[in-house]
Ligand binder design. Structure first.
Ligand code: AMP
Ligand code: MG
Length: 411
């Protein structure tokens, strides 16, 4: 394969910017759902707390609630009340202590909790305190986590399990989220055969169909499987037009090069607009972006490994913005030592499939032996992507940016 010239290739970051901006044009429909139904969805409102959390100061330990001023007096102390979690205490009788349990409200008049391990219960029911006690010890103050009126979550946040738990903490039963995007997806290629059927010469199984379907589901979108489009113009045009009637976004794989059997461009020119980008990304490079009628369209390359990388790095950036997400948009790259060297510079930014390994020298990453764009096994083997910039030479042991697959939300 001859190398493409650097000239005319769009930098990956430019493509990401364009896709992010385009994704901010419209927000999807808002709906109100229960907390569990909101998992993985994007919040359509700012959420403020109407309470302090915790609502009252409570005990962090099983033990005795005391007033430190009383502890200067004679030992031992009599126990004047018993306060379990969920019960309402009365004012602490001066000169006494109160039996208290984790999560129970601190009585008025008490200013510390002594853990039971630091106390000795005498036969007569009185208690000796064996250690020194400081004010506020073992007390979780009112509003320690959240204060009344505080914004706990912002519009545009994707709700993970921790966020759902936080919503529950303030007693919110439902929440406003964006309806999941409906993403129609197609595979193109006359060589493609579905699972369960035998292969004849020249045919391959359709991996992108299941790959894209799975990626869309794992990101929380409603995936509309448009099947395979035959490599001809009328079939391609009809499929895209039909999808635009029900989908919010259309994605296809393959057919975006400029070969005679690539009909995506011609079809979309008849029913919308399309730009064919040549992006300085490896694997990948050809990517189509446009619209069918008013419905945004992304045409990914055909090779399954190119699909995996361009979906994560590029298409995902459009989709999450279009879904209304406004926070944590880019995965965080962390520097990790490479266990390999690269002597020949490339004219595209490369996303290598790498695996993390804990070694005596700390965390290192190893690359899969076969980085070909047709080899999907490398994505299963790998933990994430190492970024090699255009023109970069790498020495063994050098720190390289590492993007874990989990940081894309698809591990
Ligand atoms: P294309 O961009 O259509 O020329 O496809 C590039 C390469 O990816 C060719 O080798 C295709 O056979 C392969 N390919 C395209 N679509 C798929 C698919 N859905 N599953 C597996 N391989 C594919
Ligand atoms: Mg093709």
């Amino acid at each position: 394969m001859s190398e493409c010239p650097t000239y005319g290739l769009m930098p990956v970051d430019t493509a990401i910017d364009i896709l992010q901006q385009a994704g901010r044009k419209k927000l999807p429909i808002i709906e109100e759902v229960s907390l569990i139904a909101a998992l993985g969805r994007v919040l359509a409102e700012d959420v403020f707390s109407a309470i302090d959390v915790p609502p009252q100061a409570n005990s962090a330990m099983d033990g005795y609630a005391v007033n430190t001023a009383d502890l200067l007096g004679d030992m031992p102390f009599s126990v004047s009340q018993r306060i379990a979690a969920g019960s309402q205490p009365v004012h602490l009788v001066q000169g006494t202590i109160a039996r208290i349990f984790t999560g129970a409200v601190i009585p008025e008049g008490a200013n510390a909790v002594v853990m039971q391990e630091d106390c000795q219960l005498l036969d007569d029911g009185r208690v000796k305190i064996l250690d020194t006690v400081t004010e506020q010890e073992n007390i979780r103050p009112q509003g320690q986590d959240i204060v009344c009126g505080q914004r706990i979550l912002q519009q545009g946040e994707r709700l993970n399990a921790a966020a759902i738990g936080l919503l529950a903490t303030i007693g919110k039963p439902t929440v406003h989220v964006y309806r999941p995007l409906k993403v129609a997806f197609f595979s193109t290629g006359d060589e493609l055969v579905e699972a369960g059927k035998p292969l004849t010469i020249g045919q391959i199984y359709n991996s992108n169909r299941s790959l894209i379907h799975s990626l869309l589901i794992s990101m929380g979108f409603i995936a509309i499987d448009g099947g395979v489009i035959a490599d001809n113009l009328p079939a391609t045009l009809a499929a895209f037009k039909k999808a635009s009637e029900s989908a919010d976004v259309i994605i296809s794989t393959g057919g975006v090069s400029v070969g005679e059997e690539d009909h995506v461009k011609a079809a979309i020119q008849q029913c919308g607009e399309i730009d064919l980008w040549k992006i300085a990304i490896k694997p990948g490079k050809p990517l189509a972006f446009g619209r069918v009628g008013d419905v945004p369209f992304i045409g990914l390359p055909g090779n399954p490994q190119s699909v995996w990388v361009t979906f994560l790095v590029l298409a995902r950036q459009f989709l999450i913005n279009y879904q209304g997400q406004r926070h944590k948009l880019l995965p965080h790259a962390i520097p990790v030592k490479s266990s390999f060297s690269i002597k020949k510079a490339q004219n595209r930014r490369e996303y290598l499939r790498v695996r993390l390994e804990a070694t005596e020298n700390g965390l290192t990453m190893t690359r899969h032996v076969n980085q070909s764009s047709g080899v999907l096994s490398s994505a299963v083997w790998a933990d994430g992507l190492a970024i090699i910039e255009k023109g970069q030479i790498i020495a063994e042991g050098e720190l390289l940016p590492f993007l874990s697959f989990s940081s894309f939300g698809v591990a």
